[in-house]
Each structure stands twice: as structure tokens, then as C-alpha cells.
Design a protein around this ligand. Sequence first.
Ligand code: FSX
Ligand code: SF4
Ligand code: F3S
Length: 314
Amino acid sequence: MKTDQQHDFYEKLEAKGVSRRDFIKYCTVLTATMGLPYSCVSKVAEQIEQAASKPRPAVVWLHFGECTGCSEAFLRTPDVGAIILETISVEYHETIMAASGHQAEKNLHDAVEKYKGQFVCIVEGAIATNYNGAYGKVGNRTFLAIAQDIVPKAAAVISIGTCAAYGGVASAKPNPGGYKGVGDALGIKPINIPGCPPNPLNLLGVIVKYLSKEPIELDSIGRPMFAYGESVHDNCPRLKFYDEGKFVTEFGSKEAELGYCLYQLGCKGPQTYNNCPTAKFNDGTSFPIQAGHPCIGCSEPDFWDTMTPFYEES
Ligand code: FSX
Ligand code: SF4
Ligand code: F3S
């Protein structure tokens, strides 16, 4: 029997085009993504329902040097995006807010003052640090000045995407602007959710754990272990065709019809830690290697410098 709170929650999701069945499907995928057994699906569903019925934490989402693919990835995954938006209250997000110009600046200021010490700051994009941050500005303030002003006022900081986590594309050589990830630019230790773009399920997993006050175990470079504890290669569906980098199937052979390892086409799956083979993108449809493209190591620090050329074995 559904409680009134559950009823409200499902009504809100239905209004966004997400049925109860879709929601449970996502809880199943999320449970696996969080490294929990199947028996925990109802617990995860309950945690999200409860989180949505409590006052939702205010989120200030800042954009710096990036392509907005991280926001796109979560907004264009309607089911996961809708669930995330039911559990948090996004007070400021330049891509999805209606306001612009001075009104947008005022919204940011007001949200930070109102929720000081309580809001979650999600940062997307890298921060220019050379020449007092002159290589990147919003509203005539440098990314660096904005980050130094706002980030310390947050209760928790999440760096979404490889750019915010480690500098990403903006910090690729020769990097004249001195772009860095949020942690390095500000000397802090945020929760890093890398990937270019990252999987929105990994953000949802962090949010669920944060709201449930569960500890989030991080690796040495700030990534949640539940999502980045194993390499892409460890769980690759083509692993059976990998033999220390040699093709074990001939093109055109019976086995090759089933698939082949992409290592000799430059796959960086063995050096890349991410849960793409299990979490997948676009509502669980696929991920690069399943679609026939080698992994380019998009969730690793400095991947533009260390994983290129993308189409050569490393
Ligand atoms: Fe970076 Fe996100 Fe890559 Fe783009 O904004 S991680 S360039 S997908 O969008 O920051
Ligand atoms: Fe490993 Fe890439 Fe081959 Fe998959 S395709 S088995 S990740 S080298
Ligand atoms: Fe990125 Fe490799 Fe996954 S390119 S999306 S980490 S398969």
C-alpha cells in the first residue's frame, strides 16, 4: 500500500513521463552501479522516495571551462534526470535557468546567501589559474574568483566531468590559461565524478548516498569506488577476445561476427577506471565499446595528453 508521500513522488515522476516501472528499472541499474546486491533494489527505491519527500538540498551548479556535455548527458537521459531533479532542488544552473544577465547573477548571489553552509555545489568545467584566471570569465568575473567566492560556502562539493575533476580538455597541452580541476585550483578535495561526459547514474548514486548519510568511499584521486573501482577492461563484453592485445579472432571468422577486442584499434579500456560496461549510457542502451568504438580513456586525468593518439595501441 502506497503512503501519501510515495503517491506524491510517483505523481511528480509521472508528470515528467517516468512511470513507476521505469523508476524501479532505474533503481535496479542504480543498485548494481552502487555495487549492491539485487536484494537492495527496494531499499534504494525507498531511499530515493524518502529523499524526495524531505526538504530537498539546494544545489548550485556552476559552469566553467567545458562543453556542457555533462549537463546534456543528465538532462537528455530523461528518466535518470527526472529522478535526480526530484531529489535535489537546483537553485542555479546557467543552462536550464530562464534568467540571464544581471538577473542570473542576482539569482546566484541570492541562492548562495540563502543556503550558505548548506547547499551542494556541483561544478562543471575546469578553472583557469594563470594571469589571475584571465582565460575564463562569466559576468566579467573570472572562473577563479567565482569559485573562490562560492565553493567554500558549500556544505559539499562535487566535480562533475573530467574537466572539473582534473582539468580535462581545457587543460590539454599547451594549456596557456593554466586550466586545472576544481580540487587543484582551490586546494580542496571534492568528490570527483569524471568522464567526458560522466554517467548521470554515477551522480545519482552519489546523491542517494549523500542524502542517506552513507559514507562514500573514494579512491586516491577522489572518485567514488562504487563506480570507478574497476577498469573498463575488467567488465568489457569483448574481454573474451582479448589476449594481451592480440586479436584472437580473424576478421570475417565466425567469432568475429560476435565481436572482437578493440585493443589494436587503440582501446584504452585496460588503463581506464569507470563502470561504463555495466551502467551504460542513454537509458542503459550502450557505451562506446559496445557501439564498436575503442575506449579513449575519457575518465582518466590528462587523458587528452596521455591517451592520444586515440587510434594507436599504447
Ligand atoms: Fe568536460 Fe563537461 Fe567533457 Fe564536456 O561540461 S568532461 S568537455 S563532456 O561537458 O566538462
Ligand atoms: Fe579490453 Fe578494450 Fe579489448 Fe574491451 S575492447 S577487452 S576494454 S582492450
Ligand atoms: Fe569514456 Fe571509455 Fe567509458 S571513452 S565513456 S571511459 S568506455
